[in-house]
Design a protein around this ligand. Sequence first.
Ligand code: TRP
Length: 454
Amino acid sequence: MQKRRILTGITTSGTPHIGNYVGAIRPAIAASRRADAESFYFLADYHALIKCGDPARVQQSTLEIAATWLAAGLDPDKVFFYRQSDIPEIPELTWFLTCVTAKGLLNRAHAYKAAVDANAASGEDEDAGVTAGLYMYPVLMAADILIFNAHEVPVGRDQIQHIEMARDIAQRFNHLYADGLARTDAAFTLPEARIDEQVATLPGTDGRKMSKSYNNTIPLWLPANELKKAILGIVTDSRAPGEPKDPDTSNIFALYQAFASAEETAAMRQAFADGIGWGDAKQKLFERIDAELAAPRARYEALIARPERIEEQLLAGAHKARERATPLLEKLRWTVGVRKLDDRPAAAAAKASDAAALPQLKSYREADGKFYFKLTDADGSVLLQSRGFDAPKDAGRLSAALVEAGDDAGALAPLLREALPADADATAGEAVLAALGALKADKLAKQAQKAASA
Ligand code: TRP
């Protein structure tokens, strides 16, 4: 059975926080253990350049995110784990896709439109501060996905439009280059977004969704004492210890639930009803999170201290991924016409099929020792069968004369009387006229070609 290919990219512009871990990293690692799937996880550093102009930040974030996925349990031997910029096929495919992508499609991308709208609202030129990189973001993302023909792309809701655009672009390429894709056996798979409804979006320290843009995150790998401080700083209401508290509106409870088992969660729900104090609840929350993160945190620290080993793993991952990407890109290059100049299979195939489509005059010798020829149409059925000649040159002269006469029935009549067995009907039917006419036309065309190249 063919495995489902699941692919997702992580933009390397930030430091992983607890929301990323619960919302993306942890479920992706669990999914990567599925036996019926192949997982592709990659560090989208080219995407990072679109929003981050700080080179040191891009490098540091790439290191942190790579170490995070490895520390959290991703097994690079079981998945494809690589850095976007190590796969040169991705930017090359980006260009091929760019050339078939409607500009109007990109005009409708949410992120670009939001930037234009913000400019309009503040009375600026509508493209002020908008780079072509931002504009092209969806095409680069389509190339990420299509180069591995991914079936599923697990993403957050904000990315659904990008997956739809990747489908549109793939469909358009498949349509425009249907012929070359068929010849190279390489059409794009249409990817689907997968939104995991189970996965919680975590509240940040101020109760709003945990997000870098709200500056309310808890970094994933804080040392235990700092993690505790961050948790103690989470905003709560002013209910005193002993007062019952509503778990369903509490960010402390939501965070706890994201790490706890069903039983632990039920026990905490009861504790809220019983009026647990916020300080105690936060202490329990810290202990629960720390219990899950302590071991991977130690791995993370060890990994991050040896960047050269992560580098090695990423290069190995790229090598493995390129075993898929390189052959596909080769087919795509051929498909769009980026070809070796002496590689002309299209012309050769067209010639071969022309030849097959022509009627044929074949000479042969029978067991009786005589020389014969026959005329067959394009699909091989016999139209004429000569009598036997003692000398091959007589058979040859007559068959050449038939081609010379072509579809001229008057010229053919005496020739046919001579060529055919005495008892055969010597009047040329439509099929014979058409076949000989085609052979004559072909002969003249070849003579003309030869004269032109001489
Ligand atoms: N745009 C995605 C994000 O910001 C990151 C990304 C880049 C991606 N390429 C991808 C996600 C390909 C899925 C597939 O989250």
